[in-house]
Design a protein around this ligand. Structure first.
Ligand code: ADP
Ligand code: MG
Length: 291
């Protein structure tokens, strides 16, 4: 069984009036069954309101399914006895770093999580150091978080989660409020967590270029998993992505348009480097087959 598994999960938000009568029901997650392997880098895409955040909140028992079951490292999230263990297994990082940083000094902030878990002081400092190094913020350990850029703050909040030694980190649009540089820094840090530290990463985003390194992508639409595959597989399905109101990366679109005009290029080109290389093969007549 994977580190995070959901089976037939449905979640409904119920809106009530003052007397408690049901005014409306929104089915935010609609019959989702997924299985995420330990160590995977998973990306979740989808336009606004497609259910990404609601699904994410099931991964550390912030929400419980209306129907179906969620297991985190084998623990059923409906089991109240396991909530503490579940929250230590899966850490969450949200959009706005300002809401997540509470310490006056960076290293203090990162130490709060392990301190609350009852980790011994000596070990807390080891964890703070290792976590800040992992996100490239060690040299800022004595700084005030208020003075940091958005990307730096977000990396500090990621370090704060990392210091709790989770097996899995769920990041809900962690770059949405950042400038392009901040976004790059944060994505680099997230990739490091996955590749160097071996943490399972679930990255929710609507920036297509952030998902090209994922092992697997889920695309959500109206609460359902509408598409599932490797980035290459997903980006090969340009028309479907457009119909789900997602922006396809420009280089992928360009390759797709050229293909339509009869120029021989493979499907699902994701980067400029790849595009240039493939175009060179085509132009020099060295391409034998198109996969
Ligand atoms: P996403 O993260 O993909 O934008 P959400 O999970 O936030 O999607 O929302 C999915 C659906 O649930 C949307 O229709 C949204 O309006 C609705 N929704 C989200 N949060 C609440 C809430 N607290 N109460 C009622 N409806 C909600
Ligand atoms: Mg959301």
């Amino acid at each position: 069984m994977g580190i995070i598994r959901t089976k037939d999960v449905v979640f409904e938000y119920i809106r009530r009036d003052e007397e408690g009568n049901v005014e409306g029901i929104v089915k935010a997650v609609d019959n989702v069954s997924i299985n995420i392997k330990q160590g995977d880098f998973i990306a979740v895409l989808g336009h606004n309101g497609s259910g990404k955040s609601t699904l994410a909140k099931h991964m550390n028992a912030i929400l419980n399914p209306t129907e179906g079951t969620v297991w985190v490292d084998g623990m059923d999230t409906k089991d109240e006895k396991e909530v503490w263990n579940i929250r230590q297994t899966t850490g969450m990082v949200f959009q706005n770093p300002d809401n997540q940083i509470i310490g006056q000094v960076v290293e203090e902030d990162v130490g709060f999580g392990p301190e609350n878990m009852g980790v011994l002081t000596k070990e807390i400092w080891e964890r703070v150091e290792e976590s800040l190094r992992a996100v490239g913020m060690y040299e800022f350990r004595k700084h005030s978080p208020n003075k940091l850029s958005g990307g730096q703050k977000q990396r500090v909040s990621i370090a704060g989660v990392l210091a709790m030694h989770p097996k899995c980190i769920v990041l809900d649009e962690p770059t949405a409020m950042l400038d392009p540089n901040g976004r790059k820094e944060v994505i680099r840090a997230i990739r490091g967590l996955n590749q160097v530290e071996g943490v399972t990463v679930i990255l929710i985003t609507h920036y297509m270029e952030e998902i090209i390194h994922a092992d697997k992508v889920f695309v959500m639409d109206q609460g359902k998993i509408a598409m599932e595959g490797t980035p290459k597989e997903i980006f090969s399905r340009v028309e479907e992505l457009k119909s789900l109101r997602l922006d396809v990366p420009q280089v992928t679109l360009l390759a797709y348009e050229l293909q339509k005009k009869g120029i021989s290029l493979p499907n699902g080109i994701l980067t400029i480097e790849e595009f240039v290389e493939q175009l060179r093969l085509t132009m020099t007549g060295r391409r034998t087959t198109v996969e």
